[in-house]
Design a protein around this ligand. Structure first.
Ligand code: ZN
Length: 146
């Protein structure tokens, strides 16, 4: 899979991940992150929950020309550390892997690289699509999350 240079994640995309994760409870949400220009701007949703994530991923890898920067999934437990299977998953998806959890706001996510190490991922205000989730979130947070 081709490596992508990434400048950050679009705020709308992060909100989409948080909202989709919230509405997936009690199940886990999982998706792959796709990049437009050099910004993570789209989520390819994987069907299934924690137990079926790996098989969903295997199916995705059979698609031709999939180009992703990483993944996003939720831990309804609220523990945002990657599990051993998560790290294996990350090593296959890319260098930007987001785990989110309750309360599913902008403070409730961490980005990891392909080896499972924490990394910074700036949240960028870009304007190329509207997921329709904006109204529920506070837009005041400007500093990049660590
Ligand atoms: Zn996990």
């Amino acid at each position: 899979m081709k490596k992508k240079k990434v400048r950050g994640i679009a705020r709308d995309t992060l909100h989409f991940i948080l909202e989709a994760s919230r509405s997936s409870e009690p199940n886990e949400f999982a998706g792959l992150l796709s990049v437009e220009e050099d910004i993570i701007s789209d989520v390819i949703i994987l069907p299934g929950t924690e137990s079926s994530r790996m098989s969903a991923l295997v199916r995705l890898y059979m698609l031709p020309n999939m180009s992703v920067a990483g993944s996003a999934h939720s831990h309804p437990s609220g523990l945002l550390r990657p599990s051993e299977p998560d790290i294996l998953f990350f090593s296959r998806t890319g260098d930007y892997n987001i785990i989110v959890g309750p309360p599913y706001d902008e403070s409730a996510w961490i980005c990891y690289d392909g080896a499972g190490k924490r990394r910074d991922l700036p949240v960028l205000d870009v304007d190329f699509k509207d997921d329709g989730f904006d109204d529920e979130f506070d837009e005041d947070m400007d500093e990049p999350f660590r």
